[in-house]
Design a protein around this ligand. Structure first.
Ligand code: ZN
Length: 335
């Protein structure tokens, strides 16, 4: 019996030794910065014929620094599907349909991402079409009004979900000055005011939809040299901008804070407990350790909206960790 136990321990030890040699990210990739500041990451994988591209703009609700102007990063996730002179929405969708492509986007506190998956022969077409909408997006004040109405509808729909409301109030309670005070949806009064902010929307696009804020990730059945040549061809002429947001620093919190939401209809009780974490760092182990701890200690919700509270014997629990950017709480994303 004792022998068996020792044997098991040795086996477990050898597994640990092997897995320690495995790279965290198992693929070989190339990362390059174009002269205009655009970052390109290419990851060849063993996925015959399949390619996915992510165009990530480093602009989320964190970048919404002006009073009365929250929610614009998410609004642009919508506006980006309103077309250009060359590719009006119908034509854009037609190209995607012909390619059999799957495409969508999301916004978080720190970024907005647009992604498409398709067959490798369509890579030049998709890269050209995406380059066009990031550089020459055009929309009329009428279209803008329609889309801001859709965003207000999304806010109202989300607000009927107690979890969403809890998240909104958590952000508002946990922060005084930092832009994480509002969620990616934005403050209600700002969302209501969006229809009258057409001119500001042009300014927002001009500031942030620039190569120095953008990273293109191409993964799948691709050759990095070929991808670089295509990105140079279609994205190389994109002009760099000059805007740098002055994101307020959150003062250190002096004591515990709490808030409460009365809910008008029956719901299970929900509780969010959040801690301010360290700012994001590529080099500090603290951040990575907290991330691992959150995963080990709590059952992190895999995807917002997909995760529902688990009701067992009349109680519900929802525990998840978060390792967001600087001074982080919660986990925000909007569709
Ligand atoms: Zn949305």
């Amino acid at each position: 019996m004792l022998w068996k136990l020792v044997c098991l321990v040795l086996t477990a030890g050898s597994i640990v030794a092997v897995s320690a040699q495995v790279k965290t990210f198992p693929f070989t990739y190339t990362q390059q910065d174009l002269p205009n500041g655009l970052r390109l990451v290419t990851i060849p994988t063993d996925s015959p014929n399949l390619v996915s591209i992510y165009v990530v703009v480093q602009t989320g609700s964190r970048n919404e620094v002006e009073a009365g102007k929250s929610g614009f990063a998410h609004l642009f996730e919508h506006m980006m599907f309103r077309g250009t002179a060359k590719y009006p929405p119908e034509k854009y969708n037609q190209v995607l349909q012909r390619a059999g492509a799957a495409s969508n986007a999301f916004t978080s506190d720190d970024l907005t991402a647009y992604y498409t998956t398709f067959s490798k022969e369509d890579l030049p077409t998709i890269l050209a079409m995406e380059a066009d909408r990031f550089q020459t997006l055009k929309y009329t004040p009428e279209v803008f009004k329609t889309e801001t109405g859709a965003v207000l509808g999304e806010y109202n729909k989300n607000s009927s979900d107690p979890e969403e409301k809890l998240d909104e109030v958590l952000h508002d309670t946990a922060f005084d000055r930092h832009t994480y005070k509002h969620t990616t949806m934005g403050f209600l009064k700002d969302v209501q005011d969006m229809p009258s902010q057409y001119d500001y929307s042009l300014k927002f696009f001009d500031r942030y939809y620039r190569p120095e804020y953008t990273t293109i990730v191409v993964a799948g059945d691709v050759d990095p040299k070929n991808v670089r040549a295509l990105v140079d061809q279609y994205w190389g002429g994109w002009k760099r901008g000059s805007y740098h947001p002055d994101i307020p620093v959150e003062p250190a919190q002096q004591g515990a804070r709490e808030n409460h939401i009365d809910w008008p209809s029956p719901t299970l009780p929900l509780i969010d407990i959040a801690f301010h974490g360290p700012a994001y760092s590529d080099t500090s182990k603290e951040w990575a350790a907290l991330d691992a701890l959150a995963t080990l200690a709590f059952s992190r919700r895999p995807v917002r909206k997909a995760g529902r509270p688990r009701a067992e014997g009349g109680y519900a629990s929802r525990q998840y960790g978060s390792k967001r950017g600087s001074e982080s709480v919660g986990s925000g994303s909007s569709g």
